[in-house]
Design a protein around this ligand. Sequence first.
Ligand code: SF4
Length: 98
Amino acid sequence: MKHKRYDVEGAVLDIPLQWNERAGKFLEQYPDFEETPVYTPEGFPLRLTCDDACPDAVLPDNIYRECGSCQLFRLHSESLLGVCGHPAHRQTTEEETL
Ligand code: SF4
């Protein structure tokens, strides 16, 4: 299967590409990061722009509640991928918890 490799702030992912008849092109099949979390080496979780915003979101008023609208979301160019920069969502390393 074809795939596209991304390096998102040091988290390397191979995203499968699936042919879509209607679009007439290969479309990326993104994983569900809620089900299978992926973290950058700095411990920040990956999210998609279209993921539902969490209760900690920092959003302007009257805007659609998704990660892509959150001020703490760092978009990775040319994809739906990005990183949640919320400090409370960061996974600390073993060394940091000692
Ligand atoms: S980017 Fe992080 S803080 Fe913002 S809505 Fe998404 S999960 Fe929540």
